[in-house]
Design a protein around this ligand. Structure first.
Ligand code: ADP
Ligand code: MG
Length: 358
């Protein structure tokens, strides 16, 4: 393992789990320049990703979740300036050439996006699309690649894989299409699988099934999963570890059980309280916290959540650092919430049901 950690300005968060991280992100910063204005989208993000574990990155829309993982994948437009470090098993990803990044991307880190309908080619059978992906990673003949594709469809538990292989995306339900996207992402046996709002466009039942699949894959394959969502309920139900982002920064982080039983950061608390008790349409955005996130083009004095925080005091005019205040529990707050949240607010997992035919 290389020690890019020596350039770390702050200690590496949450190492309580024991396993060695496969991916170490330190002080990642992403800045865009648009129309002469600087947009600070990620402002010193650090975290570890462990094999066989699911890390959830949560936060309101615009908090920098996608930008952070896209920086790891080299998927940002040229207007983005990325600094800091992302160490994947000793290899530094920040600053890799496009050519080298393309090798890592898809091979060692794969990503599944929100909209499988748009990510798949409507004019090609799903089998042909998986075969194509298999063959970019392995020197296999057509027949062997097709066998591997069927294997992948079984791996993602798509019903009737041999039949589905010959079908076109429009003949599959949204959940099935997302399974196909996951199969494509797994074609290279990636070490890290990133799912960016991968279940957001799906109905609640299908959402639960896809989450179950991701949990299952991380166990069966030992893949590290980074799951991005604006939905705390999903993180609480499925992730091993949770990272809460606000205004381009990590504001709270802990193992899932610790985080949800002892929420400290008022922002996380507000997000939790914004979850309705009954199942809701999966598309519903979290807009329930009063006020707005700060303008990313403005420099912020003090805690970025201060203007919206019910616990804010004068002390908050100085920005709190992300610190490990309790073992394995990191947060950036001067006036943390104390006491457990009422159990009624803890979101429950949805019972997955069999996916119906389209
Ligand atoms: P989210 O947490 O919803 O995934 P993003 O990571 O997409 O948020 O965005 C974080 C911030 O970066 C937002 O303020 C967004 O407007 C800005 N941003 C994202 N992509 C670009 C881009 N290509 N150019 C300029 N600003 C961007
Ligand atoms: Mg996003």
């Amino acid at each position: 393992m290389s020690t890019t950690m020596t350039m770390t300005p702050e200690p590496a968060p949450a190492d309580g789990a024991g396993d060695q991280p496969i991916l170490k992100v330190r002080d990642l910063r992403v800045t865009f320049t648009r129309a002469g204005r600087r947009i600070r989208a990620a402002k010193g993000v650090s975290f570890n990703v462990r094999p066989g574990k699911m890390l959830a990155i949560i936060g309101e829309s615009g908090s920098g979740k996608s930008v952070t993982v896209r920086a790891l994948m080299g998927l940002l437009p040229p207007s983005a300036k990325v600094t800091g470090s992302a160490d994947l098993e000793g290899r530094e990803l920040v600053g890799l050439s496009d050519k080298k990044m393309r090798m890592v991307r898809g091979q060692e880190i794969s990503m599944v996006f929100q909209d499988p309908a748009r990510s798949l080619n409507p004019t090609m059978s799903v089998g042909a699309q998986i075969v194509e992906s298999v063959r970019t990673h392995r020197p296999l003949g057509r027949r062997q690649a097709a066998e591997r594709a069927i294997e992948l469809l079984k791996l993602v538990r798509l019903p009737a894989p041999e039949k589905r292989f010959h079908q076109y995306p429009h003949q599959l339900s949204g959940g099935m299409r997302q399974r196909v996207m996951i199969a494509i992402a797994l074609a290279s046996d990636p070490k890290v699988l990133i799912a960016d709002e991968a279940t957001t466009a799906l109905d609640v039942t299908t959402q639960a099934q896809i989450m179950e699949l991701l949990v299952d894959l991380r166990e069966r394959l030992g893949t590290a999963v980074i799951m991005i969502s604006h939905d705390l309920g999903l993180a609480a139900s499925y992730a091993d570890e949770v990272l809460v982002m606000y205004a381009g920064q990590v504001v709270e982080q802990a193992q899932t059980s610790e985080l949800f039983s002892n929420v400290r950061m008022p922002y996380t608390r507000a997000l939790l309280e914004a979850i309705p008790q009954v199942s809701r349409p999966s598309h519903s955005a979290l807009t329930v916290i009063g006020g707005h996130p700060p303008d990313p083009t403005q420099r912020i004095e003090g805690c970025p959540f201060r203007p919206r925080c019910v616990r804010a005091t004068e002390t908050c005019e100085t920005a709190p650092a992300l610190e490990e205040h309790e073992p394995g529990h990191w947060y950036a707050c001067w006036n943390p919430v104390t006491g457990a949240l009422a159990p009624a607010s803890a979101p429950a997992a949805e019972e997955p049901r069999e996916e119906t035919q389209p």
